[in-house]
Design a protein around this ligand. Structure first.
Ligand SMILES: O=C(O)CCC(=O)C(=O)O
Length: 280
């Protein structure tokens, strides 16, 4: 076991001392902002799935980023030689108004047995991530407590944990532009308000190793190495697939993930307080 993996398994996070080149950061930032604008104009499924859970399927620049050696060498240190992209997310915290996310565990709505460091999130700073612009905070070792009771349901900050019930020492994840953090999907983390006059922009990429065990709705993966077999389902790589195919994959695989999250919530007996649709 590498020293990095040992520490990741114990503490639930790792901050690699590496940075992506400025040209890559600029290209990805331009691509994600252009994508969000186009999705807003297009509406419908494009807008619904613009930022989560699979925007990388229509964003070659994000797959390019996820496949950069600065990141893949760090991912390999934890997951081993075989891995693929499972999901991605785009976070834009606007100046002065970003609400941030309450303390939560990403794994809450994921039907994936990733215990033991078989899945992780890489959070890339496309702008610096500072206390002032509401960077993420990690709770050291909190992944070892399993799924925690997310007792708060705040309309602004989402379903989250009361801060005083979050185990582990809390610390801010401070990153220069092009820096990145890694965390276990069960690690409790939060983010704050952006009090600066510039947006904070991040892209997150979730990686899985073939040994993680997905539920049916979570089995789509874009492999970056060999080693994925059934039940994993291979998704097209937007770097070398036609646009219609990747758009279809983005919508269908995103919808599968949403259905899986709802099934999981129902199975766990959570009440889904869904109000009427805006236009109902
Ligand atoms: O960027 C943020 O504000 C929150 C990020 C986050 O919670 C995550 O990547 O899991």
């Amino acid at each position: 076991m590498t020293a990095v993996r040992k520490s990741f398994v114990e503490r639930g996070w790792h901050l690699p001392d590496r940075r992506l080149p400025g040209g890559t950061v600029t290209a990805v930032r331009d691509a994600v902002l252009g994508h969000l604008d186009a999705a807003e104009r297009a509406g419908g499924a494009a807008r619904a799935w613009a930022a989560f859970p699979k925007p990388h399927l229509v964003l070659p620049a994000v797959v390019e980023l996820a496949d950069r050696p600065e990141i893949t060498e760090s991912v390999r240190d934890v997951l081993g030689a075989a891995f693929g992209i499972w999901s991605s997310a785009i976070f834009v915290s606007p100046p002065g108004t970003g609400t941030g996310f309450g303390w939560h565990q990403d794994a809450l709505s994921y039907d994936l047995d990733g215990d033991g460091g078989r899945a992780l999130r890489v959070w890339v700073a496309l702008t610096p991530a500072t206390r002032e612009n509401g960077t993420m905070w990690f709770a050291d070792g909190s992944h070892r407590w399993g799924t925690l009771d997310h007792d708060l349901d705040d309309p602004d900050r989402g379903r989250s944990l009361s801060p005083d019930r979050v185990p582990g020492e809390k610390f801010p994840v401070l990153l220069d532009e092009g820096g990145f953090s890694m965390h276990d999907l069960r690690l409790a983390h939060s983010s704050g308000r952006n009090t600066t006059d510039r947006p904070r922009i991040n892209v997150a990429v979730d990686y899985v190793a073939p040994e993680a065990v997905p539920g049916a709705g979570c089995a789509g993966v874009l492999p970056l190495t060999a080693g994925f077999r059934a039940p994993w389902r291979t998704e097209p790589d937007p770097r070398n697939s036609d646009a219609a195919r990747t758009r279809r994959a983005c919508v269908t695989e995103s919808a599968r993930r949403l259905r899986s999250a709802l099934d999981l919530a129902a199975r766990d007996g959570l009440t889904l307080a869904l109000g009427p649709a805006d236009d109902a």
